[in-house]
Design a protein around this ligand. Sequence first.
Ligand code: AMP
Ligand code: MG
Length: 403
Amino acid sequence: MAAGKVTVKEAQELIRRVAVKKQETDEAVLWEAGGRVLAEDLRARFSHPPFPRSPLDGYAVQAQDLKDAGPDGPACLQVTEKVCAGQCSKRRLKPGEAVRIMTGAPIPAGADTVVRQEDTDYGEREVRIYKRQDAYDNYCPEGEDFREGDVLIQQGARMDAVRIGIAASAGYSRIRVRKKVRTAVLSTGTELCAPGMPLGEGQIYDSSLYLIAERVRELGGELVMAERVPDEEQALRAYLRRAKTCADLVVTTGGVSVGEKDLVRKALEQEGARFLFDRVLVKPGSPTTASILGTTLVFSLSGNPFAAAVHLELLVRTATASFLGCEETAPSEKEGILISEFQRPCRTDRWIRGREESGRIWIPETKEKSGILSSMEGCSCLVKIEKDRERIAKGEKVWYIRI
Ligand code: AMP
Ligand code: MG
């Protein structure tokens, strides 16, 4: 095994170099496009709204007819027709006329403003209007939201509810998205038991596998394999052989340390993997490795669920973002202000669980061990404690990533 120890930044750089953006795309129906990454800019094929429309229920008129209107001297106009949303007036409005109009209906040609019905006597044949207003008051022009040709969403964006709503408003029922990252996950440990099965002596439930699988899905991965194997070299090798034929990305958890039964590195070596790095200068989870098996990128994370979670966020997420060309999901370090105190020197950089709001970071007084997952609940960020930093006082700066 050649490659050696790297910092997190170096690891991320190496990962970005090999996790090359996928060129293959899918057409996703809008109903199922949540979480997918847009493969091409989404452009408006027409202006929206496609016609000037009324923002309220009232009367469409010409503003000049209201120039002398007031509470004591209303303008009196002839109501020529009624248009509701979804209907269209066929005539051009003339001076002295009003069209009864409802919210969302096209403003008839010739009208330049809409009077709120509350400022009138609600007349049906004739309407009295008690207020003057200017042209284009209460008037939504054509293309107010967007105009034909506008780029509404840029390629590389991850579709969320708002973006799906925007695509729908532009009339798209399907969009071009990048293919998901085909991901195989594996947990290894003879002590691991599947949730739902009775725990045997010396066993614990396998949690890291589920954590990784769900996070990978959130990050745009598609699970093509999810398995649990005991600490046996042959079982690991058999898994790796199958995974490399069907996955772009493999994430294993457990068995990567230096114990007698930590056989993942050996299995990878035996299968001919080329290591990008075999240790990361960070806590927790320093034995994390990345390697290339055939054309598949393999991450081997610690079995400890919190350590696995940290490297999912720092490294695996770098890979999924890079494969998908989706910069917004890559872990990006931001500077925040610590609002609680932290004291615990460490000789290596350490990432710990935190909560963040508008760049203000709070480190809960919690169980901070890599084997403990429950205290990560509700945490919204990971905070970097740089090595040899003795004590961080309230108000000092820290680096963090959102999770
Ligand atoms: P390992 O990384 O295999 O050395 O495991 C480190 C610690 O994490 C041990 O206490 C394991 O029992 C535990 N562990 C390993 N894999 C898992 C898993 N999939 N879920 C929960 N805990 C695990
Ligand atoms: Mg183990």
